[in-house]
Design a protein around this ligand. Structure first.
Ligand code: NAD
Length: 338
C-alpha cells in the first residue's frame, strides 16, 4: 500500500484527495494545512470535473498544521504539494530531502532558479518529482497528440489554443491575485497551453506576445505566437476575463493537412474531428480526467511500474522558461528567442 500525504487542502488539494481515494493500493494517511479551518472543511470543489462537488471524507486522516511534523511522523512514500506557487520550491525540497516522492502542482515554481533547485534536489535524493501538468493527461488533449503523431490526417499546420477564466476568488489570503505570489494569469492559467504547445511540437524557437495588465498588478492576459522553424502558425490566448460571471473556457482548433480537430469544453459535443472526407465524429478518448490520470501515472511511476514518458521535471522548467519569455516579449514588444 502506497502511503500518501497532502499539503494544502484548498481547491487543488481537494481535487488530489478525490483522485487518490479512487485508486486501489494507495492510502492518503495525512493532510497538512497551515490554516486549521481548512482541515475541517469537507465541502467539495466547484468546477468542471464530474463528482468533484461531492463532500470530502476526512475521517481517519491524521491532520497537521506543521509539514515537518507530518513528514517525521507519517512514514510517507509520497506527498502531493498543492500549495500556493510561491511555496512550491521550499516544500518540494523539504519533502525530497526527507526521502519522499513528490507530485507538486503546476507551475513548477515562480522562476527558473527555483525550478532548478527542485530538479537538482530530486537528482541528489533519487526521488521522483512530477509536476501537475494535467493537460498532458487530459483525455482529449492526449488523444489529439496521438492523432497528430499518427499523421493519419497529415501534419498539424496551424493551431490556436484558448484558456480564459474569471479572476479567481477562492484562494487562501487571495494569493492568486498577487503577481509576486502566483505569477499572474500567464503563469497560473496560460502555462497549461504553453506547456501543451511544447508537448506537441517541442520548445519553440522564439515567441512574440502582447499582454494586458490585470487584477494581479501584472500581466493577466496574453496572446502569443510561438515561432517554429517549419513556419507552423501556432498561437495561444489566455488570461482572466474582466467579468466575475464569465464561464471558464478551454479550447483549441488544430488545422491538419487533411482535416481539423476542435475541442471546446463549453460545446456539446466538446471534441470533434473533421476529416477531409466523410462526416465529423468524436474520437474515442480514455476514461477519467486529467487530474485522476496524472495522479495514477505518478503512483505507477513511484511503484516502479512501466509508464510512458509523459512529463519530466525539465519539461516543467521549460514551461516556466517559455512563459517568462512571453512576459519579456510583451514588455519589450520584441520577438524573444527561447
Ligand atoms: N492543475 C490545475 O489545473 C490547477 C488548478 C488550480 C490550481 N492549481 C495550482 O495548485 C496550487 C494550489 O492552488 P489552489 O487553487 O488549490 O490554492 P488554494 O488557495 O485554494 O489552496 C492553498 C492551500 O494551501 C494552504 N497553505 C498556505 N500556506 C501553507 C503552508 N505554509 N503550509 C500548509 N498549508 C498552507 C492554504 O491554507 C490553502 O488551504 C497552485 O500552484 C495552483 O497554481 C492547479
Amino acid at each position: 500500500m502506497t502511503r500518501v500525504g497532502l499539503i494544502g487542502l484548498g481547491f487543488m488539494g481537494k481535487m488530489h484527495l478525490r483522485c487518490y481515494h479512487a485508486l486501489d493500493d494507495v492510502i492518503v494517511t495525512a493532510i497538512c494545512d497551515a490554516d486549521e479551518k481548512r482541515l475541517t472543511d469537507t465541502k467539495g470543489t466547484a468546477g468542471n470535473i464530474e463528482g468533484a462537488e461531492a463532500p470530502l471524507d476526512l475521517s481517519g486522516l491524521a491532520l497537521y498544521t506543521d509539514f515537518e511534523k507530518m513528514l517525521a511522523e507519517e512514514n510517507l512514500d509520497a506527498v502531493s504539494i498543492t500549495l500556493p506557487t510561491f511555496l512550491h520550491r521550499d516544500f518540494t525540497v523539504k519533502a525530497l530531502k526527507a526521502g519522499v516522492n513528490v507530485l507538486c502542482e503546476k507551475p513548477m515554481a515562480l522562476n527558473t532558479a527555483q525550478c532548478e533547485d527542485m530538479i537538482s534536489t530530486a537528482e541528489e535524493t533519487g526521488k521522483t518529482l512530477q509536476i501537475g501538468h494535467c493537460i498532458r493527461f487530459w483525455p482529449e488533449y492526449a488523444k489529439t497528440k496521438q492523432i497528430i503523431e499518427s499523421a493519419e490526417h497529415g501534419d498539424a499546420v496551424a493551431c490556436s489554443f484558448r484558456r480564459l477564466a474569471a479572476p479567481p476568488t477562492w484562494s487562501w489570503q487571495n494569493w492568486l491575485i498577487d503577481q509576486e505570489k502566483s505569477g499572474g494569469a500567464l503563469m497560473d492559467l496560460h502555462i497549461h497551453d504553453t506547456d501543451y504547445v511544447q508537448y506537441l511540437f517541442g520548445p519553440p524557437k522564439a515567441v512574440r506576445s502582447q499582454a494586458l495588465t490585470g487584477p494581479t498588478g501584472g500581466f493577466d492576459y496574453v496572446a502569443t505566437q510561438y515561432i517554429y522553424p517549419e513556419e507552423k502558425a501556432i498561437v495561444a490566448e489566455g488570461g482572466f476575463v474582466n467579468s466575475p460571471c464569465f464561464r471558464f473556457e478551454m479550447s483549441f482548433n488544430i488545422l491538419l493537412e487533411r482535416g481539423a480537430i476542435v475541442y471546446d469544453c463549453t460545446r456539446d459535443p466538446a471534441f470533434t474531428l473533421y476529416p477531409l472526407e466523410g462526416e465529423p465524429f468524436t474520437p474515442k478518448v480514455e476514461p477519467g480526467d486529467g487530474y485522476s490520470r496524472e495522479i495514477a501515472h505518478f503512483i505507477k511511476q513511484i511503484k516502479g511500474q512501466n509508464v510512458p514518458d509523459i512529463i519530466t521535471p525539465e519539461d516543467s522548467l521549460n514551461a516556466v522558461k517559455i512563459v517568462h519569455a512571453e512576459k519579456y516579449a510583451a514588455e519589450t514588444k520584441k520577438e524573444v528567442r527561447i
